[in-house]
Design a protein around this ligand. Sequence first.
Ligand code: ATP
Length: 262
Amino acid sequence: MAVMQVSDLGVRLSGREILKGVTLPTLQGGQVVGLVGPNASGKSTLLRTLALGRAFSGEIALDGAPVLSLSRRDRAQRLSLMPQTPPIGSTLTPFELLRSYARATRLSVSDRDLGQRMAGLLGQLGLLPDAHRRLNELSGGKRQLVGLCLAMIGEPEYLLLDEPTSALDLRWQLTALSVARDFARDRGAVCIAALHDINLALRFCDVLVVLDQGRLAAAGAPEEVMTAELLARVYGVSARLERCSQGAPVLIADAVAQPAPV
Ligand SMILES: Nc1ncnc2c1ncn2[C@@H]1O[C@H](COP(=O)(O)OP(=O)(O)OP(=O)(O)O)[C@@H](O)[C@H]1O
């Protein structure tokens, strides 16, 4: 089962400190971790640092081994990032894109198993009717779903999703996060998803990590983390958690509580 430890993480870009002393709770396989926080708080930087080997200070360990001790190939196979921007339109079809990605990353899987894996993912995400259409003919939401397939095709131990639902309608927001959650549960993988929609984060995540200006503002069980005090302090809004008729927590944001920091 996957285990990730991140302690005292710091990242500098263009001479600016973007992440500062970020220590996360130990992240366990099977968990969905919601990475939340205001714009520019460092969510994408954190995900890219985990996945792409960007320079950092502090410690990142996978199953107890420092991430820097892994070969590039091992790291690419174990950690997979779905970037914020969907795959750009090209004349490739989703089917061709997935197959060429699997070959480029030298997935050790037979053609037959790869075909089944692709059909399974494309089917779960409602993409079978589009599997042989060119990407540049697909809508933005469909391309975002193709991006999710790409991140999952290698069956990584650490699935990192940067705003995976930002272009999706209600049905596919729920579907995409259900598929990611089942993936984490079934394979003992850690899924970390940067999300702006706090209600989706409350519904799907086991743990929330809140970033604010590059620092950890809070981490823990979603309902314990998402307090009115935190929402005012970190997001600058007056907001509250209520219970819906089914007992689930729902965030209601009432007003901007303070001017945005300059
Ligand atoms: N290559 C870079 N060079 C310098 N600064 C950068 C670079 N990339 C990101 N930043 C800065 O790092 C900060 C965090 O950016 P990041 O994209 O990680 O935030 P985010 O929380 O994902 O934001 P959003 O919710 O708006 O997508 C921002 O101030 C951004 O301008």
